[in-house]
Design a protein. Sequence first.
Length: 622
Amino acid sequence: MLGGAVVLADKIKNIPTRPGVYMYLDESGQVLYVGKAVSLRNRVRSYFQNTAKQAAKVQAMLKKAVDLEYIVTDSEMEALILENNLIKEHRPKYNILLKDDKTYPYIKVTLGERFPRVYTTRRVLKDGAKYFGPFTAVGAVNETLRLLKKIFPLRTCKQRELAPRERPCLNYHIKRCLGPCCNLVEPQQYQEMVQEVVLFLEGRHEALLKKLRRRMEEAAENLEFEKAAELRDQLLAIEKIVERQKVVSTEQVDQDVIAMARGFDEACLMVFFIRGGKLIGREHYFLEGTDTLERGEVMATFVQQFYNQTEFIPTEILLSEEVEEEKLLADWLSQLRGSKVQLKTPKRGDKYKLVEMAAQNALLTLEQTQLARQAGKEAVEGALGELMAALGLQQPPQRLECYDISNIQGTESVASMVVFEGGKPAKDQYRRFKIRTVDGPNDFASMKETIGRRFARAKEEQDALAAGQLTPKQAKFSRLPDVVIIDGGKGQLSAAREAMLEQGFAHIATFGLAKEEELLFAPGRPDPIRLPRDSKGLQMLQRLRDEAHRFALTYHRKLRSQRNLKSVLDEIEGIGAVRRRELYKAYKNLEAIKQASLEELAQVPGMNTRAAEAVYNYFRSK
């Protein structure tokens, strides 16, 4: 048996034959893989039979697995639902996952509010709001929001509860808002407009146009000509959008068409969204780790993950691949929708042509993505090769670290550490430091402290790793750079080198990048290194330096905002250290507290009605 399989042998004997979900865990308790089964015992046992014939990915997972957990369910449907939720929660390394799933933007309609808002978000919550997406192109989301604001006069202010105003803002005067903050529109009228927005986002343009025509005719009959003219303009704007949409079905049905193209260990899934017989849009997604799976398994996995996070499910879904659990998936989708959903894999006719069109688009997208990746890879390799030659390195630098100091007249001094690996930002390895030992605006001393702390931590963690006191995952500073870039000239570089010498890391190549002429300074070299302005290597270092500057500045602003917030709250009677801390946790900055309603302030932990009134009145008396 493989590694952890020996430890798991006893557990397997006692697993029931009922439906359920199983999870393999590593030594730190992290979930490696989540799966479902009609019979838990039979499915789990299959992992340890003919292990030599198992896919390499399965063998790698079993080597790391030291524990197995399972949850028994009453039906295969319950197991499917639970599997979906656990994959979404744990993001297991060995499951096939929608690539960068967490970063996809959605359009959110806050239906639970008295005057709902529409905006983009990357977090889907169970908060009564309606979400549309996920979208892979942020530009498409922004364009949709721009159109919405042009057609529907929705409020764009960010606060959940509107603070009363004496006069409406500019958006009201240019007819881009109905002025709910000044009670210039009834909630019912505003909510009716929001329902029209939902129809628009769902692609139900015919139903929306019919509704707007009826309202326009009613307004004209009541001699409300200005209102009728506004509705006419809305109609014309939406009709222009509808005209650009391709009619792909005379049945006027709602369908999603999903087709797949496969690359090396990944698959591109193209989804066409058809509403009322018209193609209203398309999105593509990538699934990774698909090399060992059949096409039908890849499609089934995508259907589960995609519809587990989308708001709208059409009555019919056309697939390019037959899926083994078609009935189970259809029943699950019907349960999510609240009415019957059909999964079909057409072999001829108009529906087959739709699937073929989606498949061609999936293949084109996959090819274009692969070409762009290859071009990007070649550009990165060229830039790193240039740096190796220009800086006199033995090999291309795979890990670059850059450090920057940020302060205003010496106050709230902070430093940033930004990491590029393989020429790309490794944001999970960025670090920031609050300067502890330096008073006043002394960038040299601040840089020495920062570099000293960074490499002191590296030494500590390397010792702890050698002693088995830390795991590689816990060691945040143990990985060393091939090259260190200091934002600054000879003074900052000298301070950094002094700290590295003290900590025993003077062997790491270090350079200062001066902003004025973009010159590189090296220790012990009187003349700077001058790279051509069009050098890919220099451009990479500039991106690295600019990212370090941005990261340091963001942290500095945050600390300054905290200090300002603290000083202002100190002036309010009844707000002590505990309430001040809780207010900061809840609102982060002064502007957010200013916009908060009395009820929202009173709900902050540690606050009561009297304290909330003191804060609320303080900001409105200014």
